[in-house]
Design a protein around this ligand. Structure first.
Ligand code: TRP
Length: 431
């Protein structure tokens, strides 16, 4: 079975808050534990440079975010967890993608357009205070995603446009240079709530209404006490509708706990008491993680070592892939063994399907490796089209198609690893 790759980045521009935890960290950690899923999670520190020019803050945020993810249960042995700037292939790919992306497409990116609109409204030059970094933001993000051929990209709704742009970049590049990139899809978790902040608006750094994920207990308690409520007195029934307090509770509680809390509201719980309950519920989930977080913050060298190991895993994929891409676009050595010569050699080395008709009048196919060794043998098909369809399925779905069509295959069959290697050799040949 082929694995599904998930990838997402977190800009290292701040301190994680409860909204980040509920909206991204918690679901991503859960997703990374599902079988058949390969996860790439990274610290987008190149992206942070676009909005932050305080070096110490970027460094601090990188540590805080990495420690938060690890404390929340991310297992660096199961996922590829790395820092974007440890993978120099990413800026290199950014340039390749820059050269296949229409400038007009970037003109329409929401973040850039918002800055231009603001300038126009203020009668300023449309590009006043807009760096080329902000303008190029979607291309860097496209490189993040395409570098690892991610299928699904869990993001907030505000990022959907960027994923669509990455798809366009994949298509433009593939169109020019052959099938190298998978077209990624945004994965929007419908069930994940956006958390309201202290003032009832969406919890966000830009509204200054956040509760830091790992605030010490006393601070957490104080912040929760400052969540905006209405002026209903103790004993008066309270509405759960539109209550930030209730919504935050719901994001941490089970369905039964939430129903009981709604009962408390109906029965006129005092706001102070409701806040205590919310505090206890959040702290129950966070406290064990907080301990780990504090330990990691006190041991940055441990976090650094984990990120280094993650970067090595990421580069084990990125370095050979980038070498192929360089080859594909024509950045090649000039000696005879490079370029077209290598392409020809690769062709010879690739396995291939052969289709033929037997004396019995039926149509067959077989898979042979570069040396002509038989790897897979079909039984007879009534028409060449049927045989062709079966080949197509194997090419597209790989081993899973082979196991699904055992009835149409005869006993001759190489082991799974050999078959996979043969199929892979055809892939890179087509590319
Ligand atoms: N732009 C994303 C954000 O601000 C962060 C990010 C950078 C990202 N590169 C990415 C997200 C690649 C997903 C995939 O939220």
């Amino acid at each position: 079975m082929s694995t599904i790759r998930f990838l997402t980045g977190i800009t290292t521009s701040g301190t994680p808050h409860l909204g980040n935890y509920v909206g991204s960290i918690r679901p991503a950690v859960a997703a990374s534990l599902r079988p058949g899923v390969e996860s790439y999670y990274f610290l987008a520190d190149y992206h942070a440079l676009i909005k932050i020019d305080e070096p110490a803050r970027i460094q601090r945020s990188t540590l805080e975010i990495a420690a938060s993810w690890l404390a929340a249960g991310l297992d660096p042995a199961r996922v590829v967890f790395y820092r974007q700037s440890d993978v120099p292939e990413i800026p290199e790919l950014t340039w390749f993608l820059t050269c296949v992306t229409g400038k007009g497409v970037l003109n329409r990116a929401h973040a850039y357009k918002a800055s231009v609109d603001k300038n126009l409204a203020a009668d300023a030059d449309p590009d006043a205070d807009v760096t080329a970094g902000l303008f190029m933001y979607p291309v860097l993000m496209g490189a993040d995603i395409l570098m690892f051929n991610a299928h699904h990209v869990p993001v907030g709704r505000d990022q959907i446009q960027h994923i669509e742009m990455a798809r366009d970049m994949a298509h433009s590049f593939n169109h020019r240079y052959g099938e190298h990139f998978v077209a990624p899809q945004a994965a929007i978790e419908e069930s994940v709530a956006t958390l309201p902040g202290l003032d009832g608006r969406k919890m966000s750094k830009s509204y200054d209404n956040t509760i830091p994920l790992f605030a010490p207990r006393t601070e957490l308690k104080k912040l929760i006490a400052s969540i905006k409520t209405d002026s209903r007195a103790p004993g008066e029934a309270k509405s759960t509708e539109g209550s930030a307090l209730f919504q935050i509770y719901q994001a941490f509680a089970s369905a039964e706990e939430t129903a009981a809390f709604a009962q408390d509201f109906a029965h006129g719980i005092a706001w102070g008491e409701a806040k205590d309950k919310l505090f206890e519920r959040i702290d129950r989930e966070i406290a064990p993680m907080r301990e780990r977080y504090e330990w990691l913050m006190a041991h940055p060298e441990e976090v650094e070592a984990l990120l280094h190991a993650g970067a090595a895993k990421a580069r084990a994929v990125a370095t050979p892939f980038m070498a192929r891409l360089r080859q594909a676009v024509g950045l090649r050595g000039l000696d005879a063994s490079s370029g077209t010569a290598t392409a020809k050699a690769a062709k010879v080395a690739a396995a291939s399907f052969k289709q033929y008709r037997e004396k019995d009048g039926q149509f067959y196919f077989k898979l042979v490796d570069a040396k002509g060794t038989l790897l897979l043998q079909s039984r007879g098909f009534a028409s060449p089209k049927d045989a062709g369809t079966a080949i197509g399925q194997i090419k597209q779905q790989g081993l899973s198609a082979i196991s699904a069509m055992q009835a149409q295959l005869d006993g001759t069959q190489a082991d799974a690893a050999t078959l996979q290697a043969a199929l892979d050799s055809m892939q890179s040949d087509a590319a």
